[in-house]
Design a protein around this ligand. Structure first.
Ligand SMILES: Cc1cc2nc3c(=O)[nH]c(=O)nc-3n(C[C@H](O)[C@H](O)[C@H](O)COP(=O)(O)O)c2cc1C
Length: 188
């Protein structure tokens, strides 16, 4: 099984959590990490769309790893999806390049109160709905997202535990963490 990790952090040098989480893949076989903010900076016109497509096509499981910023993806990751997930490749006529692949989100979030009736009023799974819907739209299987909350307060020990959780997920066989599957073929 091949895994592609797309890492995005607008300020990777000052990152503690995301930088630690991305160490876990180096201990797992057949995992490729692409740090898109490092590769392309903030210039989304510089994204090498063909290279990114090839990287996605080679993977069985695709992991998008990022800190939650304003209850959303990082700006570069959103721009990256806009550029790479193209018509006739990811969706639309003949667009089945991502079909059957697993999408796994791994994110950090500083807040803790991701519950109904709390300040945020949404769960972490709910705030990630756009990427879940995008996965189904492009014929992918969507895994339960892994969101590490209270991320700014985590101890070094806690961070090591989170790394082990990431490692275990990366090592898990395909199909172990499925939240939902695409209905695309059925609906066409
Ligand atoms: C611009 C910005 C927006 C943020 N928005 C959120 C947010 O909406 N929800 C949340 O829980 N944390 C938010 N945070 C906190 C980050 O998610 C947290 O600092 C990050 O997960 C820690 O990982 P890092 O050490 O890799 O940066 C935000 C941080 C920044 C800088």
């Amino acid at each position: 099984m091949k895994t592609l990790v797309i890492l995005s952090h607008p300020n990777h040098k000052n990152s503690r959590v995301t930088q630690a989480l991305v160490q876990a893949p180096s201990e797992v076989e057949s995992v490729t990490v692409r740090n898109i903010d490092k590769l392309y900076g903030t210039d989304f016109t510089a994204i090498d769309v063909e290279a990114e497509k090839v990287a996605h096509e080679a993977a069985d499981r695709i992991v998008y790893m990022f800190p939650i910023h304003w209850f959303n993806l990082t700006p570069m990751l959103k721009a990256y999806m806009n550029a790479v997930w193209q018509y006739s490749w990811a969706f639309g006529e003949g667009g089945y390049a991502l079909a059957g692949k697993e999408m796994q989100v791994i994110a950090g979030a500083a807040e803790e109160t991701y519950t109904h009736g709390s300040l945020i009023q949404y769960t972490t799974a709910e705030i990630l709905a756009p990427i879940e819907a995008s996965s189904y739209y492009t014929s992918m299987t969507y895994n339960h997202p892994i969101v590490f909350t209270n991320s700014n307060a985590v101890s070094d020990e806690g961070l090591k535990e989170w790394q082990q959780i990431v490692k275990a997920h990366l090592e898990s066989p395909l199909g172990s963490n499925v939240k939902g599957v695409s209905l695309r073929k059925k609906l066409e």
